[in-house]
Design a protein around this ligand. Structure first.
Ligand code: UGA
Length: 446
């Protein structure tokens, strides 16, 4: 099928690359000229495992342009995957969505085009986008919602091997077209990329057909649930710390109950990234518009923010004085396998430490260049290695669960450090091993 993707961020680029890999003819549109030039030249502007290989494999089926008119007229399906950043009062800023809808409307020529909202958009956006396109369109179209559930760092795997596909539409023809588009994924009939084998036991993927509003709400409800699962385990973690229980054992003990499930029960510094914060804020804002409160979601947000403060307070209790201390941070990205720094807990903690007069040394396997670029006024000392971070440090805080930090030569780290305090913000380090290395391992405490 002929497909256009508007927006080449994480979602747009991943969706485009995956659909092209499946054999569809994909044109990615973005208004950022330099980004399009880089993509055309084979460069991938974001760090995402397997994306470069996938774009290379799909190259004959994928092109990049800044011109809507080169993409939309011949497309059967148009995905809108532009950013919806948080705007005023927590509600998403829909400027880019509006511009994309008008541009698509101007260029529609096909017999019947399905326009799909792939961006995370407020409930009711399907109708809104439809009305914007109608103001301009001279051809038949229908709007569908098809929320994405991909995680950064695992975006390709989540797209090719998803738990489910959700399609929201009030029109049978639209649902049928999207079924055809996704058939290779639904039936798992495509040959798996050599660098990303199909998970063992992977069967057919359930397709959930819903109405527009329900599909839109699925996305918010899913992200909010995952966010509150993390905040819940972090709240229990505080109590565990007080009563002398081990939160990892507790998480294992509850996670094996299949009704609860063991994923997203990793306690620590809490969630970051561009999605959970934004989507929980949007959910609360939407509810408010309807005169409703969302106390559970709001509490999850508060607990998450408190974790960052708690990390600094834990260190303060341990070191007594932060002013003039040297603190090393391992990890800047909001999670491993990405260089994304949006709402990264590490940066928040770094700011708080700097405000209290500490010197902050940082390392991240891939996010340092981006951090330098995006935070020019933050007085961080960027180190080439984790060992360099440890040099003269009064404490080291593990902020992102990069596997290479678990496997560090901690004996060597201990030698470089001024005092042997390690705060594990991700419950990743082995206590016995750290003690053997002569390190005092502490975790977040209330
Ligand atoms: C999240 C959802 O997981 C995706 O399903 C969704 O598609 C995406 O948002 C989105 O809306 O675009 P993402 O933000 O990329 O994906 O990353 P996650 O793997 O969900 O991690 C989010 C944060 O939670 C990270 O900071 C991670 O370190 C933290 N986390 C995750 C925990 O603290 N504990 C856990 O057990 C799991």
């Amino acid at each position: 099928m002929n497909v256009s993707i508007i927006g080449t961020g994480y979602v747009g680029l991943t969706t485009g690359a995956c659909l092209a890999y499946l054999g569809h003819h994909v044109t990615c549109v973005d208004t950022d000229q330099s980004k399009i030039e880089r993509l055309e030249g084979g460069e991938i502007p974001i760090y995402e495992p397997c994306l470069k290989e996938l774009v290379q494999d799909a190259r004959p089926n994928i092109k990049f342009t800044t011109a809507y008119e080169e993409a939309i007229p011949q497309s059967e399906v148009v995905f809108i995957a532009v950013g919806t950043p948080t705007g005023q009062n927590g509600a998403p800023d829909l400027r880019y969505l509006q511009a994309a809808a008008y541009n698509v409307g101007d260029c529609l020529r096909g017999e019947f085009t399905v326009v799909v909202n792939k961006s995370t958009v407020p409930i009711g956006s399907g109708n809104w986008v439809g009305s914007l396109i109608s103001e301009r369109a001279k051809a038949a179209f229908s709007v569908a919602s098809n929320p994405e559930f991909l995680r950064e760092g695992a975006a390709i795997s989540d797209t090719l091997y998803p738990d489910r596909i959700v399609v929201g539409s009030d029109c049978k023809k639209t649902a049928a077209l999207l079924y055809t588009l996704y058939r290779p994924i639904i039936e798992q009939s495509f040959s798996a990329p050599r660098y990303l084998p199909r998970p063992e036991g992977m069967g057919a993927v359930p397709l959930i057909s819903a109405d527009l509003a329900s599909a839109e709400l699925v996305k918010y409800a899913a992200n909010a649930f995952l966010a509150l699962k993390i905040s819940y385990i972090n709240e229990i973690g505080c109590l565990a710390n007080r009563v002398g229980a081990d939160i990892e054992q507790v998480a294992k003990g509850i996670g094996l109950d299949r009704r609860i499930g063991n994923r997203f029960l990793q306690a620590g510094i809490g969630w970051g990234g561009s999605c959970f914060g934004k989507d929980t804020a949007a959910l609360v804002a939407t509810a408010k518009e309807y005169g409703l409160e969302m106390p559970i979601v709001e509490a999850a947000r508060e607990v998450n923010q408190a974790q960052r403060e708690r990390a600094v307070n834990t260190l303060l209790r341990e070191l007594k004085i932060l002013k003039g201390r040297t603190i090393g941070l391992l990890g800047l990205a909001f999670k491993p396998d990405t260089d994304d720094l949006r709402d990264a807990p590490a940066l928040d903690v770094a700011r708080k430490l700097l405000e209290r007069g500490a010197r902050v040394r940082v390392h991240d396997p891939i996010a340092m260049e981006r951090s330098r670029r995006e935070n020019p006024s933050l007085a961080l000392c960027y180190c080439e290695t984790a060992e360099e971070v440890a040099c003269g440090a009064d404490a080291v805080m593990l902020m992102t669960e990069w596997l290479e930090y678990r496997d560090l030569k901690w004996e060597v780290m201990a030698e470089y450090m001024k005092s042997p305090v390690v705060l594990d913000g991700r419950h990743m380090l082995n206590r016995a091993r750290m003690e053997k290395a002569g390190l005092n391992l502490i975790s977040l405490s209330s």
